[in-house]
Design a protein around this ligand. Sequence first.
Ligand code: NAP
Length: 276
Amino acid sequence: MNTLKLPDGTPVPALGQGTWNMGDDPSKRRSEIEALQRGMDLGLTLIDTAEMYGDGASEELVGEAIQGRRGEVFVVSKAYPQNAGKKSLPQACERSLKRLGTDCLDLYLLHWRGNVPLAETVEAMEALKGAGKIRHWGVSNLDVDDMEELLDAGGQGCATNQVLYNLTRRGPEFDLLPFLAQHRIPAMAYSPVEQGRLQRHAGLAEVARRHGVNQIQVALTWVLRREGVIAIPKAGSRAHVEENAAALELVLTERDLAELDQAFPPPKQKRSLEMI
Ligand code: NAP
């Protein structure tokens, strides 16, 4: 498994697993748990969830999937912005811990920026760390100006910024990814396969055909080609998670990358960070 390091040196797998919408449909539960466990077997041991997903249903499903295997997994969850205050964050964290069936989160993120001052969230995150409730903290959906403000507000402990990044959302390449790299903060790419839509995008077809792989695998390898980027695709079946894990074997050539640049041009100027 390719790994990269958080700012404090903690290794994490470059390819993890997302869980948005998991736990919503009882008829899919078995397949979703099986997919997550198969992913763990294959080394995709970073699992991303959030209190928002299914109103806690995703955290509960993850809790079930990792039961008896907690030590193998790097669990990431996220707090709503309205829960990111001094009093509300510890309460939200306790609820997430309970649903996940664990006593400590590996990484806890502010899901997006709201009305709570960043300095207060930093203080609340550091307090949770001091109390042993979380091992690392980070943010999500923060563009460069917010990241600058975060660092100025004492947020040097920020371990990641989880942002929308894939072939059709290349805006962060212009300034956010270089900013994060400069501060040695890994980026975590969410919706790395554009919620499945890249499976049918004509711009990937030729590269996939040449390598004898599917388009999702090309899209994932493309995200992972960049140093300091973690990808967290969501796969609801064993077959999909196996395909995604196999993307780690794929090596894109200069020709592939040039063709992908033609089909999905890199940004020439600042684009505001997009959110899904
Ligand atoms: P995504 O991972 O880009 O795409 C998921 C979709 O792709 C699902 O429909 C899945 O289908 C399909 N898929 C996955 N592997 C496939 C394969 N090998 N072949 C064909 N289809 C495949 O989208 P996402 O779920 O939005 O993003 C990933 C994770 O990022 C989320 O689950 C969540 O944990 C996180 N996220 C965070 C934020 C944020 O604001 N921080 C926002 C969005 C997402 P199946 O389910 O049928 O496998």
